[in-house]
Design a protein around this ligand. Structure first.
Ligand code: NAI
Ligand code: 15L
Length: 264
């Protein structure tokens, strides 16, 4: 795989993923709205607002794979989600269609299924239950991925990322945590697989507690190596005042499911 584009490269995940991608790709095109100034010799930076269709087309031209992380990463106004996530992800798939069909990794989210209760084990066929406008935008992104494969053959993997941070910081994250190292190896597997079709997988480490069955993701040859369990004592030592029947505890999406509707 020679040239990989990472959108949202200046964000939390992009910043941690960059080093790993630069180690196996020939070259990496980093993109965001604010400039990245510390490019390695095989990295280049291209500023690009995802809401600008022509700019996204120029960004995608000439790449062999796209890691699409860019966009609003939490709940926000409809207008913000519309521009960054709905228009932005449409522009990425449309540009991919016109530019030789590079494979796309789409950063979906557990908030596409956040209204499922925690006692429900989900798998590759479980229905969407978005918990926010943000979660809805991730359902749309997954469906775009499906459409662009069925109609045009653009391959993709939509990853319903749980919580990808250096360590789990609360009890919910003991189930949803994806370690940055497991994320790195997952991305490499996605671009090494001979074929992906339009796959959806859960982005989660090998945690003792889990709500997601990833058996359908085996075809990628990716195995998470990390587990949140080594952080369990530390997390349980923190002050905690949620009750078992609080909406944030009942639902997989936690606080996103419990929050009121986000209005301007
Ligand atoms: P982040 O908020 O740190 O990074 C997102 C990046 O996208 C930012 O650098 C931002 O400048 C850029 N961006 C936002 N709107 C843009 C626009 N209109 N045009 C161009 N760039 C724009 O988010 P993070 O944590 O790095 O997440 C990356 C992706 O993974 C996001 O799509 C997020 O929804 C998804 N995700 C992350 C999870 C996590 O645990 N970190 C969990 C589930 C999904
Ligand atoms: C997400 O989708 C967000 O991007 C991230 O900031 C976390 O809130 C994560 O989900 C989570 O559910 O922990």
């Amino acid at each position: 795989m020679s040239k990989i584009l990472i959108t949202g490269a200046g964000g939390g995940l992009g910043t941690s993923l960059r080093k790993s991608v630069a180690s196996w790709a020939d070259s990496v095109r980093l993109s965001d709205v604010t400039e990245i100034t510390d490019c390695a010799p095989n990295e280049e930076f291209v500023a690009c607002p995802l809401g600008d269709k022509d700019a996204v087309q120029a960004l995608v031209d000439g790449v062999d794979g796209i890691v699409h992380l860019g966009g609003m990463s939490i709940e926000d106004t409809f207008e913000t989600i519309l521009d960054s996530n709905l228009r932005g992800t449409y522009h990425i798939f449309e540009a991919a269609r016109k530019a030789g069909k590079p494979r796309v990794m789409f950063a979906s989210s557990n908030h596409a299924i956040g209204f499922h209760t925690r006692d429900t084990e989900l798998n590759g066929d479980s229905p969407f239950r978005p918990d926010s406008l943000y979660g809805l935008s991730k359902c749309y992104g997954e469906l775009l991925a499906r459409y662009y494969y069925d109609k045009f053959g653009v391959e993709s993997v939509s990853v319903r990322i749980g919580s990808c941070f250096p360590e789990p910081v609360d009890r919910r994250m003991l189930a949803t945590w994806l370690s940055p190292t497991d994320f790195d190896s997952m991305i490499q597997a996605i671009f090494s697989a001979p074929r992906t079709g339009a796959a959806m997988i859960y982005g989660v480490s090998d945690n003792l507690e889990t709500w997601w069955n990833n058996d359908h993701a085996r075809f990628l040859g990716w195995k998470p190596r990390d587990s949140s369990d080594r952080f369990r004592e530390k997390v349980y030592a923190k002050p905690y005042d949620l009750k078992p029947d609080d909406l944030a505890v009942v639902h997989q999406g936690g606080g996103f499911a419990a929050a009121g509707h986000f209005e301007d």
